[in-house]
Structure formats: structure tokens, C-alpha cells
Design a protein around this ligand. Structure first.
Ligand code: AVJ
Length: 314
């Protein structure tokens, strides 16, 4: 039986030192529900901050984003529940903009939920859902008629390390014409204690979200991770601007993964690195844009300067 992508990833990630697993695999059905809960936590400020930016500045954001004339496609990478995007969609519809909304998500389940909700709430919206990974969706971008505006909200860009991030931005930039626009959400550097608390909440929801990755391996790959001997640990390094999340083995243990036909040894206090969540400064964003062959066309922030939605162009 050929291995799934997930199986291949787990075999590779746990077969190296330090052991790693990608945060991309957090989002099974249980993980997606836990992330919904995270977005409502008092400590997790990014979602409500970006929501407020989009709500209070939607007219100016749309003006910076939409082409001056002609039809366009609004492509969104990682559409999620669409709550934030709806603010922009409503404003575009109010302005009677000639556009098609093309949300991209790898989860067919999440997409059908979003599509059904949008058809109900915004019946005049032209909708073209795309169930693909980002890379495939980006390859298809040039085949879309008209100009493009591409959304990448929620500080999802923070999950990439520096090299991956630049490669991703270059890939995003490649198919863009001068009239096209990108809108990217960046979580900004701030009080390190606030940042750390956002990834280690008092209710333990983020811990459950991280630990769900082991449950997922148990479920999907027939493994025997014993959750009593694992804990969630996270730190924020203000020099690197990086939150790093780990699963910590609280004792020496061996874990059998049936579908991989092998076991893995963990020393006491050995960690699995599961996520990076980078935080940015305005100069870093400018520099990154330049390196990717883009320019900053407009920046929208909350008054406290916690989060920035940045419009980029060629
Ligand atoms: C969905 C990638 C933006 O890094 O802040 C939340 C995911 N991880 N709490 C983030 C996450 C732990 C989140 N992103």
C-alpha cells in the first residue's frame, strides 16, 4: 500500500534530529475546530485585531486592492471560515465592483461549508471555489481572465521560515501584472509576554491544538502515542521574531506507528518542533517585499500597531 503524504511526512520528520512535524498537518477536522476556538481566546489577539482593521478600514483597503477598471478575480489563499473576507466582499458588492471571488483551500469540507454560507449570505456574489493546495492554485493564476487581487490574511505567512517565505513571495509575485495586487496580513512584533501568552493560553486550547497532531498520528497511522507523557511548550525569541512550538516527551519512551511499520525512540525531554509563528517589523516587511521584487503600495494597521495588512504590487 503506498504511503499517504501525511505518512511520508511523519516518517521523515520523526526520522531526523531535531525531530519535526509541520504545522500544516494541525488542520484535520478536530484541529480546525480547535483553531476556531483559539481565534476566540482572550490571549489570541491576531484574529480580532485583523478583523477590526478590515472592518474599520474596508473602504480604503478595497480602494488600494481593486484595479482601476475592468473585471477582476479576488483569489484568497487559505480562506478558512471567511469571516474576515466577508467584510471586504460586502464593501466590494456595495461599490458594485465587477469581480469573482475564488477562495482556495485544501480542505473540501471547509470549502463546501464556506461556499454554502456565502451563497446564502451574499447571493449576488460570483463565486468560484478552488479545492487545491496553494502551489497548484498559484500555477493556475495566469489562466484567470482580468486582473487579480490575491489575499493571504491571518498572518499565515508567519508559519514560513525566512527562506521558504521568500520563495513563496517570489512565487506569488511571478504571475502578477502591474495592475494586480496582493494583500498580506502580518502579525507585528510587540510585548514579548503578550506574544508568548497568545500561544500558551490559560485554558489549554493551544496545548490541545498542538497535542492533536499526536492524536491524529494515532488515528490515521495507527500509532500508540500516550498523551499522558507529552506536553505543549512554546517560546518567543524577540531577536528572531519567532514563536516556536514544541511537543515535549516527558520521559524516555518508544512509540510504534503501525502504518509505517516501525517505531521511534524519544529520550526524556526530547522535543518535536511543530510550528513557527514569525512576528515582523515594518522595515522587515519593506525589505522582504523588495527581495521578492514587490513594492509596498499601502499599509493598514490597528491604532496599537499590533497587526498590519499590507498591499503589495509589482
Ligand atoms: C493560523 C498560522 C496564523 O501561527 O498564529 C495559532 C496558528 N498556532 N495558535 C498562528 C496558531 C497556534 C496561527 N496561524
Amino acid at each position: 500500500m503506498p504511503h499517504s503524504d501525511f505518512a511520508t511526512h511523519v516518517a521523515q520528520g520523526l526520522g531526523q534530529l531535531p525531530k519535526t512535524l509541520s504545522s500544516m498537518y494541525f488542520y484535520d477536522d478536530v484541529g480546525s475546530q480547535l483553531f476556531q476556538q483559539i481565534m476566540g481566546l482572550p490571549e489570541y489577539y491576531p484574529t480580532r485585531t485583523e478583523y477590526a482593521i478590515l472592518q474599520e478600514q474596508s473602504a480604503a483597503i478595497v480602494a488600494a486592492l481593486r484595479p482601476e477598471a475592468g473585471p477582476f478575480s479576488l483569489v484568497e489563499l487559505g480562506a478558512g471560515d471567511g469571516l474576515k473576507t466577508k467584510l471586504l466582499l460586502r464593501e466590494l458588492l456595495r461599490q458594485q465592483a465587477d469581480f469573482t471571488y475564488a477562495p482556495v483551500d485544501i480542505s473540501a469540507g471547509a470549502m463546501s461549508g464556506l461556499a454554502a454560507a456565502l451563497r446564502q449570505e451574499l447571493p449576488t456574489l460570483r463565486l468560484d471555489p478552488v479545492v487545491e493546495d496553494y502551489a497548484t492554485a498559484l500555477q493556475q493564476l495566469p489562466t484567470r481572465p482580468g486582473s487579480k487581487a490575491v489575499l493571504f490574511l491571518g498572518s499565515n505567512i508567519g508559519n514560513f521560515g525566512p527562506a521558504e517565505r521568500l520563495a513563496f513571495l517570489r512565487q506569488l509575485a511571478a504571475p502578477l501584472a502591474p495592475a494586480d495586487r496582493l494583500l498580506i496580513g502580518f502579525d507585528l512584533q510587540k510585548d514579548p509576554r503578550r506574544i508568548r501568552a497568545a500561544y500558551d493560553d490559560a485554558q489549554g486550547i493551544t496545548a490541545a491544538f498542538n497535542l492533536n497532531l499526536l492524536r491524529r498520528i494515532n488515528r490515521e497511522l495507527e500509532a500508540d502515542f500516550d498523551l499522558r507523557y507529552w506536553q505543549h511548550y512554546t517560546d518567543y525569541n524577540p531577536l528572531a521574531g519567532a514563536v516556536r512550538s514544541f511537543l515535549v516527551s516527558t520521559r524516555a519512551q518508544q512509540v510504534q506507528i503501525n502504518k509505517l511499520g516501525r517505531s521511534f525512540d524519544f529520550a526524556a525531554w526530547e522535543v518535536i518542533h511543530t510550528e513557527n509563528s514569525y512576528k515582523f517589523t515594518r522595515p522587515q516587511i519593506e525589505e522582504m517585499a523588495r527581495e521578492a521584487g514587490l513594492r509596498v503600495a499601502a499599509v493598514f494597521q490597528d491604532t496599537a500597531g499590533d497587526f498590519a495588512d499590507v498591499v503589495l504590487a509589482k
